[in-house]
Design a protein. Sequence first.
Length: 156
Amino acid sequence: MKKFYLLYHAYEFAYGKEIKHLGLYSSLEQAEKAKKRYFRLSGFSEYPENCFCIDEFTPDTDNQWTDGFVNSDTLTEDFRKLTAILNDMAEIKETPETSWENQDYYYILCEISALRYRTDDISELAEYIRKMFRDYMKVEINSEVCTKTAEKIMRL
């Protein structure tokens, strides 16, 4: 069956995500060529190349949102709760919004939040939390603490 390829540009900022749909292409090769053209343009060139995404779609098929969706207010509140849980674990005495000002920490929060939606495996999430804090904050966190934190996050 014929496939189509949607090229879009996406990046996150403090209070959400910006997505620009750029084109629909008949082949992955055509989408990749378009990505290179867009990457050279003003605005787009100021962001990393990995902000460009290509999704494959099959016509006449439900491709996305087959379980419904969550609005941005709910996502923001969930992100605030996730931040509070991780702040507690890391003994960060700031509000979620204030702690988002630390770029490395905000990156960690975004990555952990993304993994939370991709996995049901608490061990995987716990190990990822531990790795992110070790790699980006240069803090070693006990694996048992990370497991308890992962359990809290999965209950959100």
